[in-house]
Ligand binder design. Sequence first.
Ligand SMILES: NC(=O)c1ccc[n+]([C@@H]2O[C@H](COP(=O)([O-])OP(=O)(O)OC[C@H]3O[C@@H](n4cnc5c(N)ncnc54)[C@H](O)[C@@H]3O)[C@@H](O)[C@H]2O)c1
Length: 442
Amino acid sequence: MRMTMIGSGYVGLVSGACFADFGHHVTCVDSDAEKIAALNRGEIPFFEPGVEDLVAANMRAQRLSFASDMHAAVTNADVVFIAVGTPSRRHDGHADLSYVYAAAREIAASLNGFTVISTKSTVPVGTGDEVERIIRDVQPDADFAVVSNPEFLREGAAIHDFKHPDRIVIGVDDDRAKAAMAELYRPLYLSAAPILYTDRRTAELIKYAANAFLATKITFINEIADLCEKVGADVQQVARGIGLDNRIGTKFLHAGPGFGGSCLPKDVRALIKTALDHETPMRILESVAAANDTRKRAMAFKVARAVGGQIRGKTIALLGLTFKPNTDDMREAPSIALVTALLDMGAKVRAYDLAGMGQAKRVLPDIDYCDSPYSCAVGADALVIVTEWEQFRALDLARLKAAMNTPVVVDLRNIYPPDEMARYGFSYEGVGRGGGAGRTSA
Ligand SMILES: NC(=O)c1ccc[n+]([C@@H]2O[C@H](COP(=O)([O-])OP(=O)(O)OC[C@H]3O[C@@H](n4cnc5c(N)ncnc54)[C@H](O)[C@@H]3O)[C@@H](O)[C@H]2O)c1
């Protein structure tokens, strides 16, 4: 099939390249001409394992191309995906749909023959109706159907997630569009990925409900972690103890510095706003959002306590800046609030991250960036593990300790066993590890 992705960012590029790999002919369009020029040179604008090779292979096979001219790409397509950003609207937290609506207007002007317009962007319930109205306004006689096909891939494992999804959700009310979407996803029948067909509004809501539930799970275990610290219990064992119950499940029960990234925070905010607009306030989610916001900054107080309460003038070394490993995405990363609070308290901050330092320099210009975990640790009064990159799991602890001014480690991802840290002479503190050896002193 011939398909066009409007928006060649994270979701548009990864899903476009994967569809091309399935054998479809894909044109990825973007309003950012520099991005398109870079993609045509084979340069990927973000870090995601495997994407560079996948894009190169499908460009060579002439199934994947990049263009700035939306008209030609839409005119020739059977299916046009909208995969533009839907960030939080700055003043009120609603999803900013201006990019989606702009894309819809541009698509409308170029439609030619029956075309499916499928929204991959995460959009509030009812957006498909508005996209349909916009297109009808611009071209009253156009033959088209608007479908909702939310994307569930995770950054850091995006290709795997796209090719082996837990489910595919397609919100569609038109039989021709349903057939086209089935054809598009046919290559996944082999791996028996369940396809859930719903009406369009239900599909739009499924995406928000999924992210809101995940955010709630994380926030729940974070609050249990805080209680563990107070009562002398171990949150990792609590998480395992509850997670082995199949009704609960073990995923998303890792206590840490709070959720961040390009999706969960903005999607929780947007769902809260949608619910308020429909006079059905979502009190649980309002608490989740508030607790998570407070938590990120509170991690700085945890660091301050670990260095004895007085942090002014001290040097704090951070390992990891991105909101999770295997990405360079800094959008709403917990490290931003943590660093800001540490600087507010008068600390000197240095950091090392495997992929995120380029992005981080734009949002956190006032810290020192280092070229390895060990150079980052030099002269530090505390080392804080912020992101659980694989490479931080087996550090040379003796070397690390020798580099530091005082051997204090605050492990916001609980990747080290407290007793091992004690053996190396570290004063060590994790998250929610109040039980037994959870906190060790040098
Ligand atoms: N990043 C993720 O992990 C993820 C996962 C699932 C769903 N989503 C959702 O997918 C959507 C896209 O997210 P993303 O992370 O890929 O965003 P992104 O910011 O990386 O990419 C969006 C791209 O759209 C382009 N664009 C904007 N307006 C355009 C227009 N009118 N015409 C052509 N191009 C235009 C931008 O230049 C940009 O390159 C969002 O709604 C997001 O919530 C993201």
